[in-house]
Design a protein around this ligand. Structure first.
Ligand code: KG4
Ligand code: ZN
Length: 334
């Protein structure tokens, strides 16, 4: 089954062709440079840029895979969860193409896309497993019972982990997006230089909270001259606190469900220290851990095509009234 995936939920315009689990093309037009000067994604700017890029990105997905639109068997689009103006662009493009090509259309949840990124990267991944999906917009622990069968175990109560990275990087004035900037800087710093809080790490719930950690860093250095702040040490200690919380909660969730495998996905799964910490702890406990291939860690449309293929397999098809929904629960396929 050859599926066209379309993703425009935030600031990446993406289209991909995936055939029976093989990625034939994965095109991403990033708007990061455009938003960097504002220190965050500006929704109106993002939707306008998607309108400009979407046609070219879809064309490039076909051209680079050397396939034509008439060959596809279905279209999957992120229709749920994200910036409303951004989602509308992808959903409208997907509907027009599905109507013109007379192929089935399916809407997917953005987080479901992230859950499929490690599955697409490692088809041997066991089911059930526990998935930590962690990015700029969400931090969620999901019990993945089977393909498209989910139970949400925990969520962030305030900032997402990626958002905390972005806000601290903005406070330290080291660039946007903050995750990669802190990741790089932390290589020259000490993880134990500052003893920062590990919010909710001892709580029995699987929820997260990162805004207190962010405030501790801000309170520690507010009003100080920039050159008086040991940036690499702050970056490494802050990153360590986030990694500690994410690893400990995820492992706890896996033990609670009695699964032998976990996956870690979303933009923050690019973080070197986070991956290292997961490998160390999971190795010690005999848990398998899976990460997406590097191209599938941040937002992309190949993961959307994979999720859509699984939903089409479950017999789900959307009508031409498919709508864009900015905040929707992660739902299992029926
Ligand atoms: O999944 P994604 O592309 O978009 C959302 O769905 O939000 O994730 C983007 C987030 C940003 O907050 C960015 O700072 C973070 O992922 N990120 C990282 C790294 N690379 C991207 N965070 C920590 N370390 C990284 N290396
Ligand atoms: Zn995302």
């Amino acid at each position: 089954m050859l599926i066209l995936g379309i993703e425009t939920s935030c600031d990446e315009t993406a289209a991909a062709l995936v055939e029976d689990g093989t990625i034939l093309s994965n095109v991403i037009a990033s708007q990061i440079d455009l938003h960097a000067r504002f220190g965050g994604v500006v929704p109106e700017v993002a939707s306008r840029k998607h309108v400009e890029a979407i046609g070219y990105v879809i064309k490039e997905a076909f051209d680079s895979a050397r396939r034509t639109p008439s060959e596809i068997d279905g279209i999957a689009v992120t229709s749920r969860y994200g910036l409303i103006g951004s989602l509308i662009v992808g959903v409208s493009a997907a509907k027009s193409l599905a109507y013109a090509l007379k192929v089935p259309l399916v809407g997917t949840h953005h987080i479901e896309g992230h859950i499929f990124a490690p599955i697409l990267s490692h088809p041997e991944m066991p089911m059930p497993h526990v998935c930590l999906t962690v990015s700029g917009g969400h931090t969620m622990l999901v019990y993945v019972k089977g393909l498209c069968q989910y139970e949400v175990m925990g969520n962030t109560l305030d900032d997402a982990a990626g958002e905390a990275f972005d806000k601290i990087a903005k406070f330290l004035n080291i660039g946007f997006p903050g995750g990669p900037a802190i990741d790089r800087l932390s290589l020259q710093g000490s993880r134990t230089a500052f003893d920062l809080p590990r919010p909710l790490v001892r709580s029995r719930s699987f929820d997260f909270s990162f805004s207190g950690l962010k405030t501790s860093v801000v309170n520690m250095f507010r009003g100080k001259e920039r050159n008086a702040i040991p940036l690499p040490d702050v970056a490494a200690s802050f990153q360590e606190a986030i990694a500690d919380v994410l690893v400990s909660k995820t492992v706890h969730a896996a033990e609670h469900k009695g699964v032998a495998a976990i996956s870690v996905t979303g933009g923050v799964s690019s973080n070197r220290r986070l991956r290292e910490a997961f490998l160390e702890t999971c190795g010690r406990l005999g848990l398998e851990v899976f990460f997406p291939h590097p191209d599938l860690r941040t937002d992309n449309a190949a993961m959307v095509a994979a999720a859509g293929a699984a939903r089409l397999d479950h017999g789900e098809v959307a009508g031409l009234d498919l709508n864009a929904v900015p905040s929707a629960p992660l739902e299992s396929a029926r």
